[in-house]
Design a protein around this ligand. Sequence first.
Ligand code: ZN
Length: 396
Amino acid sequence: MPNQLSTQTLSNQTSSPFLTLAVSPAKVIRGAGVLASVAAEIAQLGTKPLIVAGNRTLNISQESLQPLFQAQQLQSLAASYGADCCEVSLKALRKAAKEHKADVIIGVGGGKALDTAKLVAHQLQLPVVTIPTSAATCAAWTALSNVYSETGAFLYDVALSRCPDLLILDYDLIQTAPQRTLVAGIGDAIAKWYEASVSSGHLQQTLIIAAVQQARILRDILLQKSAAALQSPGSEVWQEVVDATVLLAGVIGGLGGAQCRTVAAHAVHNGLTHIAGHTSIHGEKVAYGILVQLRLEEMVLGNQLATTARQQLLKFYAEIGLPKNLADLGLGNITLSELQTSAEITLAPNSDIHRLPFKVALEQLMAAMVSTTAPIDNREVNNRVSTRAMSEEVTE
Ligand SMILES: [Zn+2]
């Protein structure tokens, strides 16, 4: 059962003397129009693929993939992942895979389609190919699937035995996605720094240091190149930003492993899914969650570096169109009780918010959630020592 491999298990793994890492896909093929020439690569993994796609991407897979597969004598069957990466869809897809006698699973779509495909493959012990159609997350890379309810509420995540066997990143395909998905991908990817530096910035293991430093590099690439990338889709700088959100963000999770996971930004996202459902996408909620996390560091610790970082991000978000507050997420009219429900879920006992180096009370979290755009309040700022070794932050 997927529940047995939830986040809880992941945290327990950190106390094991053995390190198990799923660093990267076995192979990554990347380029504009690359999809047209990968059928032979896929044929090496299996001859009866089950294609798991979203409703929008089901057409793409039928129109572009099926003819290529037929030329390679692959007998493919395409199926939608349905409402979400949820238990009902997973069960139906396992059944479809068995009936089709599938020997490889191919995920085509956004994060939810890819998470579903990876988890079905993991459960059936089959190889999996990921073909992202947007740059909204690093799901094409990682050995992790998030499971939601049918209405989009986050339930748990599952650590998979390995990263995908093949990742195909076709820029032409990514360019067909709405611009909003790349903006969200930037939000999800930049969170790596704000979360990894808190959860792992103090650790001395070689691979963790490497992962945290790569998260800093990823942040810098995104701060420097995102605005230019969004202005010229398909350009070289746009491709670099797509690489950052789909590939480099995945490297950090792979190299950092279970110790370098999410903190408050994703925990806030998880809580929000219970009141927001499908009204905003993953990276948008996560981007807002970073601001909440920084606000907590300001309010609880008086952390001046967090204040500076939040102001820097607010400027960046305004420039590229990421949500700065609940209203930007379409949640400007939620009730106090909805806000509280979301905050309570964010503070659940197994939530990653508890990786923050301080305790967070319900009232503090709710206050942070409604004050992400607050101007700098000098009364809150004092010279207490930062929890995060990020002195370069203030000089930027
Ligand atoms: Zn994420």
